[in-house]
Structure formats: structure tokens, C-alpha cells
Design a protein around this ligand. Structure first.
Ligand code: GLA
Length: 690
């Protein structure tokens, strides 16, 4: 809901449990008033009546108070907007007008023909913010930096910053530390979201998992990005974020052209980190993820089973076994196209390898369909191997700097997707591919970072960074529109491209190349801070795992770990014993039963993965599912009971596994015994309200 004060200069946006307020001060300074519990318009007006402090020679009253600090004038904080026109830098805006509808607010400003619009939209208790810039003047304007938003937190002592950091095969690890004076900057200088940081931060002072105030911000952008969290000299905290890793230039806005920043979403919760996550999850299921109310199928992926050594016959053998254990979607990973028998060749040539698939993909797809499963393939469209027909024909289609060497990672170069001919080529190839065989699913990979991001002959080559991501989005949108029945997975060497931007155009993400079931619990714990189980793909692979740390774990432990998200199987099923296959079938059947609760329910993290017992609980209507893992137990050491959440204390719940009936109040206060013992044990417990 959006409200406006009579003075026409104070606005209040409210969701079911929170409010956000801002005010236009005398000289058109846009001042932040409130972000937190729900307030009334009269409260916002009272806050607005408090004048800005006076200027002092070494301090600016604007610092730490503005909604969108621009470069120029008496400001010393990091600007969200930095522009250059000819010899002049910075912005001096005048307020033009505002518009509101149900839950949205738009504020229009003008600086000599540069139209700046600040957008606000409430989605439940999530505030979405973004900015559009339109050059209505006669001269080009260079956008050096245009962040999506600056968030201002209330005055509190002792802010703590939480973030999700990592690396390849160890993404989304949660870490927290006290915020001190100055700035903490996270981001990606790599051209994709990156494994190193998810574009999310959370700030609190004393919150626990289920109690206390938490502020969270998440950016919807899949290219390079930056989020800066600043604790200013007077202890105010501001968070500024947007596309691009530095201030060296996003775009040249020619007269008549516009630019829209990504969305930077934010929320306030007083339900602790758990409450904040549940709000993030509900928001993404309702407003971000396409078709989120549809269940994601159990998939099989061939990568760890066959790597590059692929043939139609052997994929058919895998498909038969996959179907027999209840898999619903069979995905052929890397190695089916061009001369792709290793990572040295073939990327760029998106036609089936004639030795491996002499009649194309259709015969295999038909067999997979005949087995009752959907059919998926892997692609990595933004890349090219120098050893490919595409590169031999168009060596200038890659990002490169004139006269410098072209850095190869995994023997591949990055295509310059800012070029229209490259965009058209990829559209043609992928559209033809999806039209030539009955493909239901595309795993879209991105296996290296930008390094030599040059564009010889282009007057403003910096635009390549932003335009690449826009071209990726446009290509995905176009393919989705032309093939609405096809689902897409975002992958980037595991979890290198996970953000709200890509999630608005894909159906699930590949969480990590690390499929070790114990390592995964920490990755999943971090991932769940912001994103829901509905998009978190997890596979059961072989043990010990030749790619990973060699840890041995039972099929039970591997399945229960992967059942916390969208279950998949990625082991070499032709090597699994009849006993293993029968056990796998039982786990897949169980997953299908609990799937609605896992994929669409509310998540409660009962105990973090920290060595002993860890557990998560999902609640949907009358159904509750608990997944619990015991990492290790010393002899004689008791395993604690799990205090459940989200249950009605006055109701009774029957456990399907034990047949026992428990009182809700008892489960909440005293807990549920898991029966786990020893090392790497795991269980699934289903409870239903009676
Ligand atoms: C990336 C992905 C893997 C697999 C390989 C194929 O590393 O994360 O799952 O698809 O590429 O080359």
C-alpha cells in the first residue's frame, strides 16, 4: 500500500508487517525517514517534521540520510549516481513529480534534461527499488555509476554484517562479523555473479535464528556487481549496490536513450534470520521465480556418471536405470555436440556430434520420453573453444584487447554478447536446437570469468560488461517465449550465477559442483538464507566421489542431504547394485511424497550444520517434514531432541515413521527424538496434524 501526506512530499509504503517512508526536504533533497515495523502516515509526518541538522564545515547533514546520494555538492559518502556530460560531472536535480499506484511509488527528478526516476514497489514485506535514467538533453551523458538503491538503517549500537562467501565448490557459506567504521565492499569483477559472494547482505544487532530485527538486501543482477556497506562517522549505516564493479563507466547514454538499473530488494523482519529467510522465500516464490507453484521434477544428470565420454547407447542404458528408480527428467550434460570429446574443443558449435548422435538428439529424446521421463540437455552458449568451427569463422566475436593475448580458462574464450551478430547467432542455434528435438529442459552453464573484456573498434567498449548481461537476459526471455514448455537451469561451474535476476528467468539453479553430502549441508544452510528449496538443485552422486574429498557416506545420508532441495541423481547408475537401485527407488518415492512440503513450504532451520546434529523443518498446511543429519557422535553422547517450530501448540501430530502421536506444545517446547546415532546418520520424519 502506498500513501502520501497532504503536503505532497512525504510518502509511506507498507506491507503486511513493515513500512518504508521517505520525504522530500526543502531544497529537493530526498531524505530517508523509516524502514522497520508498520507505522501510520501520521508517524511518517512526525519524522518528516524533524529538520535536517545544520551544515558544519566538515560534515554534511545529507550524509547518511539521503535515499539516493548523487555525486556533487556537499556530500562525502559514496555516491549511488555518478555521471559526466562533456566536462561537467555530478548531478543537481529538481523534483518534477510523483506517481503512486496500489503498492508502487515513482519519483521523478530532472537535471538539465537527464530524467532520473526512483522506483519503489512493495511485494509483501519486500521493498523493490530500482532507477531509470533517460537522456532527454542534446549531448551524450556518460553513466560512470548508477546504483539501484541506497538503503539506510536506523541508529543502533553494534551492527553486525552477515554475508555469503565462498569459491568454486564451496559457495554460499554464511559468515558474520561486527561492522566497524568505514566501508565493507563485496562484489564481482568477473562478468558473472561469481562463486565468491552471493549478492546479499543481512544486518542485525542481536538477532537469533527466530528472534530479533534483521535487515536484508539482495541484488538482481547476473554480471559484475558491487554492494558497499558503510558505517558512517556518526554510526549511521548505509548500503549501496548496483551493477558494475567500479565507477569507470557503465554506458554512454546518447540523447533519447534510457538505462534501467537492476532491482535491489530489501526487507526488514523481526523474526530473526529464520523470519527474514521465510520472507525472502515467499517473495521469490510469489514474484520472482517463473511458475513457482509447479513442482520441480526429480532429475538425473549424466555429468559425474559419464563426463565427456558420451554415446547414445550408454545414455540410453543410464536412462533405463534412471526411469526404474523413479527419475522424471533425464539430462545429458556436456559432450553431446560439435567436436566436444574433452574441454578442448567444440564450444560454440551447437549441433549434435555426428559420431555420437548420428541421427541427432531426437532418437535419444524419444527413448527418454518412451521411458516416461522428460529430456534435457546442457549448453554453454556464451563461450567458444578456439578449436571450434565458430571461432575459426569469427575470431573477432570474442572479448579481446587489441594486441594482447587472449586468456584461456578451461581452453575457452568468452563471446562478446554485446554484439548483435553474436546475439543473433546464438538465438538461431538455440532456437533450431530446441525445435529439432523434443527438449524439455536446458542446463545453461557459464564456465569462466571475463578477463580481456575488450571490444576493438567500439567507441565505448566498457558497455560490454552491462550489455553482456542484458543480452543474456534477452536471449533467455526470447527462448522462453518461443519455447514456453522448456525449463531452464542456471549453472556457472556450480553456483557461480545465483541471484534474483537470473532466478526471474530460470526454473532452478545448480547450487554447487560439490556434491559431497556433508559439505553440501553448509552450502545449503547459506543458500537458504536468501533462496528457497524450490530452486536449489541437489544430486546424489557416487561415494567415494572421484572428483571430491573421497569421503564415504551411505546412500541414506546422500539422499537425505539432497532431499532438502530439488532432488537429483548424478551417479553412475550402471555401476549401482540391485540393492542400491532398490534403495534409491524407495528414497525417490519418499521424496515425491514430501516434495510439496519441501518445495513450497516454510523453512525452519532447527540446528545449523556445526559438527553434531543439524536439521531443517518444512511446514505446509497440516504437513511437516523434518530432515536431520548427525555428523558424528562420541560414544555415550546423547543426541539432542529437535524442538520443532511453526506448529499449532494445541494440535496433535502423528509421525508417519513411528506411528507416535505428539502434542504440538510438546514438540515445540521439548522436542522430537530423531533416533540418529553414530557418524553420518540421517533421517526423514513426516508429521501430520490430526
Ligand atoms: C560445469 C558444471 C558441471 C558440468 C560441467 C560440464 O562445471 O557445473 O555440472 O555441467 O560444467 O563441463
Amino acid at each position: 500500500m502506498a500513501e502520501i501526506a497532504e503536503n505532497g512530499r512525504t510518502w509511506l509504503l507498507s506491507g503486511p508487517g513493515s513500512s518504508y517512508a521517505l520525504h522530500l526536504a526543502e531544497a529537493d533533497e530526498l531524505v530517508h525517514l523509516h524502514w522497520g515495523p508498520r507505522i501510520a502516515l501520521a508517524d511518517a509526518e512526525a519524522l518528516a517534521a524533524d529538520p535536517l541538522p545544520a551544515y558544519r564545515p566538515f560534515e554534511s547533514p545529507l550524509d547518511g540520510r539521503e535515499e539516493y546520494p548523487v555525486e556533487g555538492g556537499p556530500r562525502f559518502t559514496r555516491p549511488a549516481l555518478s555521471v559526466r556530460t562533456g566536462e561537467r560531472r555530478g548531478t543537481e536535480w529538481c523534483f518534477v513529480s510523483y506517481e503512486t499506484d496500489d503498492d508502487a511509488l515513482r519519483l521523478r527528478f530532472d537535471d538539465d534534461g537527464l530524467a532520473i526516476t526512483l522506483h519503489y514497489r512493495m511485494r509483501g514485506d519486500v521493498v523493490e527499488r530500482w532507477v531509470t535514467l533517460h537522456n532527454g538533453g542534446p549531448a551524450p551523458v556518460e553513466l560512470l555509476r548508477a546504483d539501484a538503491a541506497t538503503w539506510t538503517l536506523p541508529d543502533r549500537d553494534g551492527w553486525r554484517l552477515s554475508q555469503l562467501h565462498g569459491r568454486w565448490a564451496a559457495e554460499s557459506l554464511l559468515t558474520s562479523a561486527p561492522l566497524t567504521y568505514g566501508e565493507k565492499v563485496i562484489g564481482s569483477r568477473r562478468g558473472h555473479t561469481g562463486h565468491q559472494h552471493l549478492p546479499w547482505v543481512a544486518l542485525d544487532t542481536d538477532a537469533t535464528e527466530e528472534r530479533g530485527e534483521v535487515y536484508g538486501c539482495a541484488l538482481g543482477w547476473s554480471g559484475s556487481w558491487r554492494i558497499a556497506v558503510a558505517q558512517l562517522p556518526d554510526a549511521r549505516v548505509q548500503i549501496t549496490g548496483g551493477a558494475g564493479h567500479d565507477d569507470s563507466g557503465l554506458l554512454l547514454l546518447e540523447p533519447g536513450r534510457s538505462y534501467t538499473t537492476p532491482v535491489f530488494a530489501g526487507l526488514w523482519s523481526d523474526g530473526g534470520f529464520g523470519g527474514a529467510s521465510r520472507t525472502w522465500h515467499a517473495y521469490q516464490r510469489a514474484h520472482v521465480i517463473p511458475d513457482a507453484d509447479r513442482d520441480r521434477p526429480v532429475l538425473f544428470n549424466s555429468w559425474e556418471a559419464t563426463f565427456f565420454d558420451i554415446s547414445e547407447e550408454q545414455q540410453t542404458a543410464l536412462a533405463r536405470r534412471a526411469a526404474a528408480i523413479g527419475v522424471e527428467l533425464f539430462v545429458v550434460d556436456d559432450g553431446w555436440f560439435g567436436a566436444r570429446t574433452s574441454d578442448r574443443a567444440g564450444l560454440g558449435d551447437w549441433t549434435p556430434n555426428p559420431d555420437r548422435f548420428p541421427h541427432g538428439l531426437k532418437p535419444l529424446a524419444d527413448q527418454v520420453h518412451g521411458l516416461g521421463m522428460r529430456f534435457g540437455i546442457w549448453v554453454e552458449p556464451e563461450m567458444v573453444n578456439p578449436d571450434s568451427d565458430l571461432y575459426r569463422a569469427h575470431p573477432d566475436w570474442v572479448q579481446y584487447q587489441p594486441g594482447r593475448k587472449r586468456t584461456e580458462f578451461r581452453n575457452q574464450l568468452v563471446l562478446n554478447l554485446a554484439r548483435e551478430d553474436v546475439q543473433e547467432y546464438l538465438w538461431e542455434q538455440l532456437h533450431t536446437l530446441l525445435s529439432s528435438a523434443p527438449v524439455d529442459y536446458v542446463k545453461w552453464d557459464f564456465n569462466r570469468c571475463f578477463t580481456d573484456a575488450g571490444w576493438p573498434g567500439e567507441p565505448y567498449p566498457q558497455r560490454l560488461w552491462t550489455d553482456h548481461t542484458h543480452a543474456l537476459y534477452a536471449l533467455l526471455d526470447r527462448l522462453r517465449a518461443a519455447h514456453p514448455e522448456v525449463a531452464f537451469e542456471s549453472c556457472s561451474g556450480g553456483g557461480g550465477r545465483i541471484d534474483l535476476g537470473v532466478l526471474s528467468r530460470t526454473d532452478q539453479v545448480w547450487t554447487s559442483d560439490n556434491t559431497d553430502p556433508l559439505d553440501r549441508l553448509a552450502i545449503q544452510h547459506g543458500f537458504s538464507q536468501v533462496h528457497p528449496a524450490r530452486v536449489m538443485a541437489a544430486w546424489v552422486t557416487d561415494s567415494p566421489n572421484s572428483q571430491l574429498n573421497g569421503r564415504l557416506s551411505s546412500l541414506r545420508y546422500r539422499f537425505v542431504s539432497a532431499m532438502a532441495g530439488v532432488l537429483g541423481v548424478g551417479g553412475d547408475l550402471t555401476e549401482w547394485s540391485e540393492e542400491d537401485l532398490a534403495e534409491a527407488r524407495a528414497w525417490v518415492d519418499l521424496y515425491k511424497e514430501i516434495r510439496p512440503v519441501v518445495q513450497h513450504g516454510d523453512l525452519y532451520r532447527l540446528r545449523p550444520p556445526a559438527g553434531g546434529l543439524s536439521a531443517v523443518q518444512y511446514v505446509l498446511g497440516d504437513e511437516t517434514v523434518v530432515l536431520a543429519w548427525l555428523q558424528s557422535q562420541r560414544y555415550g553422547e546423547p543426541v539432542p531432541a529437535l524442538r520443532l517450530r511453526g506448529l499449532d501448540p494445541a494440535a496433535s501430530y502423528e509421525c508417519r515413521e513411528t506411528g507416535e502421536v505428539h502434542r504440538g506444545a510438546v514438540l515445540r517446547h521439548h522436542g522430537l527424538r530423531t533416533g540418529l546415532r553414530g557418524d553420518l546418520d540421517a533421517t526423514v520424519l513426516r508429521l501430520c496434524r490430526i
